[in-house]
Write a protein that binds this ligand. Structure first.
Ligand code: NAI
Length: 340
């Protein structure tokens, strides 16, 4: 199948799940299950049309296969999108109907919360199926995502700046949300100086008072003379517009889909900016959710998340050896695992 300019050639199964009484209209995309059941969140969004929803489901489920494989998890990649407005269209019946659809898939795909859905919604899903993770009883995965970003930033600094410490480095951090604030706190504790931007004034105030952060306007974050740019808000912030403005030597942040287009990976390399591929550095959350789902010991989660640093180091070294963008190398590492 070819949609627009992207070749989605490898999806195992795509299911259109509808249930008229509850109004459920969802697309469940299972990209790959070679390493285990497909896992990935359930997004609820008011898409402009059904094609946009399908493209999103295909793109996101493929991304989960890569993320899960690189993170060394025994799971494949999948994603659900529910077509609807998360503010007005949610009902318990809708999520129960989704649970029934998942049950019919017999465990080939396990869902979790994502943009537009919450642990409470997942609790309704869980009334009809056990193939759901992240029910909220043991907490938010964001601190683990932040930990992964922090050890990832340390690995990038060791590799690119030949330094063992973050002391005195300047980090331009965009987005002080669930992940960003925790990441910022760790960076600060390690001696980094923070320059931050957010649209939320409360978050900025906290960063100022608790982390001694300097605040800049939202659009100025790209121009900050920094060692590290840490995107923790939106996707696609590495694009033709921002590329020429970036002063940082390293990009290490949590946001998904940071490269607006794949060629930006090579452009960053040409500019001598080390890019920590998003799906490698931000896997801490899925690692936590996966451990919880398979009831593996909590005590092992942190160790697994910290191995993100080793994976990144391997990616950086191979990218140097093969003169390739880190984004391309990370894809190849993932492919070698899930295609094997
Ligand atoms: P969040 O919604 O808690 O935080 C996002 C923050 O970005 C908010 O403080 C928001 O005000 C701010 N923001 C929005 N627009 C902005 C702009 N134009 N400029 C600066 N700041 C802006 O989200 P969360 O959970 O912290 O996730 C952050 C990113 O990391 C997202 O891209 C998410 O997809 C990704 N991610 C999150 C994971 C998690 O465990 N929460 C796991 C993997 C990826």
């Amino acid at each position: 199948f070819v949609f627009s300019d992207i070749n989605y050639d490898a999806h195992e199964q795509v299911v259109f799940a509808s249930e008229p009484r509850s109004g459920l209209k969802a697309i469940i995309a299972i990209h790959n299950t070679h390493l285990g059941p497909a896992m990935g969140g359930c997004r609820m969004w008011e898409y402009v049309n059904e094609r946009a929803a399908l493209v999103d489901a295909l793109r996101l489920s493929r991304g989960m296969t890569y993320k899960n494989a690189v993170a060394g998890l025994p799971i494949g990649g999948g994603k659900t999108v529910i077509l609807g407005n998360p503010k007005t269209d949610k009902t318990p019946a809708l999520f129960e109907a989704l649970g029934e659809a998942l049950e019919r898939l017999g465990g080939r795909y396990v869902t979790a919360e994502d943009v537009g859905t919450s642990p409470a919604d997942m609790a309704h899903v869980a009334r009809r199926t056990s193939f759901v993770a992240g029910l909220g009883d043991s907490g938010d995965p964001s601190p683990f995502t932040a930990l992964g970003c922090f050890v990832g930033a340390q690995a990038a600094v060791r590799h690119h700046l030949k330094r063992d410490s973050l002391e005195g480095l300047i980090v331009a951090l965009q987005g002080l949300g669930h992940v960003g604030f925790d990441y910022a706190r760790r960076l600060r504790q390690a001696g980094a100086r923070l320059v931050v931007a957010d649209i939320d004034q409360g978050a900025l105030e906290r960063a100022r008072s608790e982390l001694s952060a300097e605040v800049v306007p939202v659009d100025s974050i790209y121009d900050v003379e920094a060692d590290i740019y840490a995107p923790c808000a939106l996707g696609a912030t590495l694009n033709e517009d921002t590329l020429g403005r970036l002063r940082a030597k390293i990009v290490a942040g949590a946001a998904n889909n940071q490269l607006a287009t794949p060629d930006i990976g090579d452009k960053l390399r040409q500019r001598g900016i080390l890019y920590a591929p998003d799906f490698v550095i931000n896997a801490g959350g899925i690692i936590k959710v996966c451990y919880e789902y398979f009831q593996k010991p909590d005590s092992e989660i942190e160790g697994h998340v910290c191995r993100i640093a080793d994976t990144l180091t391997e990616v950086f070294q191979r990218a140097d050896r093969e003169q390739l963008p880190t984004s391309v190398v990370a894809d190849r590492v993932a492919e070698s695992r899930f295609k094997a």
